[in-house]
Design a binder for this molecule. Structure first.
Ligand code: HEC
Length: 477
């Protein structure tokens, strides 16, 4: 009897020691290691949240919806995290985390891949009646079946044009896709790049011009690409009369920070945002187009009253500089003020009022820190550099910008809406004059919020990515 117990105990001990080593080599879960597993997974989850989530979504949906490029095995994920893909916007984390931490991160991501985004990509959100501070909102699904709806434009005949970042432009009528617009230029759908914004000329009814932005190469892919602005007309769902109006230089193979928002001032000019292309120094030099807001005449020529028009060596189209990655840009025709939002580095996302000739400080001043946790700059202010109207730490990754106008949204009048790609919600900024006095987070978990538009019907439209959906916000009792 005693002997059997001894043998049993021995077998149990053997089993445990076998599982200990197995779990180290293969990452297999083992009940005897639950406590340790838990702490290392909690630690990994914390690392993911603090470091990886700023680009990959806190809920892992970036991975869940990913067409994997480098492999989704645990080892592949480990390699990706270790080496990074600096040319495509992911730094290496070799020096940031220990071997074990990298392995644990890979394990965490790998196990979370089972994660399932629900119907329509909306998680835990009842779209029929969402209670917010001032209004109850129903989310009407207007368009589905896209990847990343960027630019949205409402045509006078009631049709809607939508740019999908994948490099497609579609026409919708009553929520049905009625055409894919043909004849698009060659678009670099690489990294963060693709078909971006889409705007109608303020006098579209008479001249038929549409304006859109995208990265393209002037020479070839081996040299690189940069944000480009084109205008064209649509005839029988084909782009005609195409004119390239602007191309940011220099071109680079870096896949991120392209900006790409377009807005008109209704006085014959338009503004275009261009990101720093991953090189902060660009933003402080007037001799290149990156990290800037540009101002052009609507035919692409450069207005002679631009602030650096006569400055030697400066790019004449520059309206403001010191920007990092401006993903929201909108001219308020009621006030004559140009608003912008941009991605700061890990904290320090900004909402700005853009004034001609001003320097918005990147990378000399900012409120953020580098993704690897190192200090970027200890200065948050400097003479000759503008302060944001408001900023976000941690980063929300702002995109899209709209002013609430009209009478459909009681209590929201005059508010500024900003989307969050990272935290997947809509921010409603209550304003007194040009100051933000209150921020409300609305629709948490809705998905990566890319674009916000006030429709001609007076309703707010928002687009989310991966899967790409356009919703209309309808106030309900
Ligand atoms: C600054 C933004 C950023 C951060 C921070 C970041 N990544 Fe990435 N990551 C990216 C981008 C962009 C890509 C896509 C690269 C490409 O398309 O070539 C990527 C790709 C990946 C891939 C490969 C996906 C595939 O298609 O094969 C993995 C795995 C990954 N990241 C894991 C991580 C982990 C783990 C962390 C945290 C330690 C992390 N990333 C932090 C931006 C980031």
């Amino acid at each position: 009897m005693k002997k059997t117990v001894q043998i049993l105990l021995f077998l149990v001990a053997l089993l445990i020691s076998f599982q200990v080593s197995a779990s180290y080599t293969k990452g297999i879960n083992s009940t005897s290691l639950v406590a340790e597993e838990d702490t290392s997974m909690i630690h990994a989850a914390r690392n993911f949240k603090n470091v990886c989530a700023s680009c990959h979504h806190e809920d892992f949906s970036w991975f869940a919806t990913r067409k994997w490029k480098y492999g989704k095995g645990q080892n592949d994920i480990y390699t990706s995290a270790k080496t990074g893909y600096p040319d495509f916007g992911m730094p290496s984390f070799k020096k940031v985390f220990s071997e074990k931490e990298l392995r644990d991160l890979a394990k965490l991501v790998y196990t979370k891949l089972e994660f399932n985004i629900g119907e329509n990509g909306i998680k835990d959100l009842d779209t029929k009646r969402i209670v917010t501070e001032k209004l109850n909102i129903r989310l009407d699904t207007v368009v589905t079946g896209l990847s990343s709806p960027w630019g949205i434009a409402f045509l006078p005949d009631g049709d809607m044009l939508v740019n999908d970042r994948e490099g497609k432009m579609y026409r919708y009528r009553n929520s049905q896709r009625v055409a894919e617009i043909q004849g698009l230029p060659t678009i670099q759908v690489v990294g963060q790049g693709g078909l971006f914004d889409l705007r109608l000329h303020p006098d579209y009814k008479n001249n038929g011009w549409i304006y859109f932005s995208y990265p393209s190469c002037s020479v070839d892919k081996e040299v690189g690409w940069n944000t480009t602005l084109m205008r064209a007309r649509i005839k029988d769902n084909i782009l005609v009369d195409k004119q390239e109006l602007f191309r940011a230089l220099p071109e680079t193979k870096v896949g991120h920070h392209l900006g790409g928002r377009i807005t008109f001032d209704g006085k014959g000019h338009l503004f275009l945002s261009v990101g720093d292309r991953g090189n902060g120094e660009n933003a402080q030099s007037l001799t290149n187009d990156c990290g800037k807001i540009h101002r052009l005449n609507d035919d692409g020529t450069i207005p002679a009253d631009n602030p650096f028009y006569t400055t030697p060596d400066a790019k004449k189209s520059i309206w403001s500089y010191g920007q990092r990655n401006p993903q929201g840009l909108l001219y308020n025709s009621d006030t004559g003020i140009l608003w912008e939002n941009e991605h700061g580095p890990k904290g320090g996302d900004e909402l700005n009022i853009i004034q001609p000739g001003r320097n918005y400080g990147w990378p000399v001043i900012c409120f953020g820190i580098n993704y690897d946790g190192t200090i970027l700059t200890k200065d948050t202010a400097k003479v000759g550099m503008e302060q944001p109207i408001t900023y976000w730490v941690p980063s929300i990754a702002p995109s899209g910008l709209a002013f609430v106008k009209g009478d459909k949204y009681k209590g929201w009048e005059g508010n500024i809406l900003v989307g969050s790609l990272r935290f997947e919600y809509l921010v409603r900024c209550e304003m007194i004059g040009n100051s933000v006095i209150h921020k409300e987070i609305m629709f948490p978990n809705i998905g990566r919020l890319r674009t916000i538009e006030m429709g001609p019907d007076g309703y707010i439209y928002i687009s989310i990515e991966d899967p790409g959906i356009i919703f209309r916000l309808v106030p309900v009792p």
